[in-house]
Design a protein around this ligand. Sequence first.
Ligand code: HEM
Length: 356
Amino acid sequence: MLSAALVSLALVSGAFARAIKPRAVCADGTTVSNAACCAFIPVRDDLINDIFEGTCGENAHSTVRIAFHDAIGWSDFSDKGGGADGSMIAFGDIELAFEANAGIDEIVEDLQPFALAHGISFGDVIQFGSSVALSLCPGAPLVQTFVGRANATEPAVDGTVPDPFNPVDMILARMLDAGFQPEEVIALLASHTIAAQDEIEPAIERSPFDSTPALFDNQVFLEVLLQGTAFPGNGSHEGEVESPLPGEFRLQSDRDLARDPRTACTWQSFALDHDTMAQKFSAAMTKLSLLGQFQDQLVDCTEIIPQAPPSSRSQAFFPAGKTFDDLELTACDNAFPTTLLTQEGTTTSVARVPPQ
Ligand code: HEM
């Protein structure tokens, strides 16, 4: 009887010991759950100061973009690459030549020497870097962030990154092949609220996808729903229907996903609910960052990622001169309200994202 009690006590205390994680105190005095996270504190600080220059600007945006392009080199069904493994940097001579990766070379030029100098893997600098980048964008959620990826052993194959001129069918099929449902694709596209283009129309480089590219608000979901106008430039895509806001660039894929029956209701719901958008984005980003990785072999260092400040805008608004009547809506279970406010003043051109 006594020995049975001792055995069960030992079992209980064993389970208890496992439940209490070992804690470590880092050189700067921060207490962390796993000592491996201490090495990432200076990595975090140097990313913020040296690469992102303390802002949700071009380099922070590009780091979130490379987090996608690197990780999506993955398939649940066939060998398309190692997922979130840093192959975009390790095999940059191959992957940076893929058309869909145009422009990624610039952030690779920053992150490659940075990772080598800090002794961390390319997969970690990309995915940890993306979470740190988001922490500079007001309104962004905290993303559960793991470190400890090994360096890539093979490049991803060409064609894993969706192209903005692909039909919706093709984009959704590619994303499903990597494990993402249509709702998760739209959640990931919240990233386009901190985004601009350089490569599709180089003449208007750094033209943003919404009017507030330094905020992780839900403005992109509303503005892409506005009825478009003919593309004003003389580039190769002349004649396409584009953003009606001067200076703003609309991707064909965003426009189509916002109107496709499979995705339009999720898209519209995010235009109305920043918090749900941010929470679903966060979950999808963690999933993305673990493609090709075994979570139990990595270390969760989320506790050293700063929480982004709240956005000054909690609700999407119509840019000056636009109203509910300018929206192209799909009929969904939740009717789109007519109550969103219009920004005061007259229409002004959306400013380009400053270069870094
Ligand atoms: C559905 C598929 C997607 C397509 C077709 C697409 C396409 C594009 C294109 C064409 C650009 C402009 C690149 C340039 O010209 O410089 C861009 C920018 C960007 N994309 Fe996507 N994207 C997709 C999904 C995603 C996802 C899932 C993420 C992140 C989770 C993401 C994050 C970004 C960011 C942050 C930028 C801005 C980069 C910068 O301003 O430097 N995109 N995307």
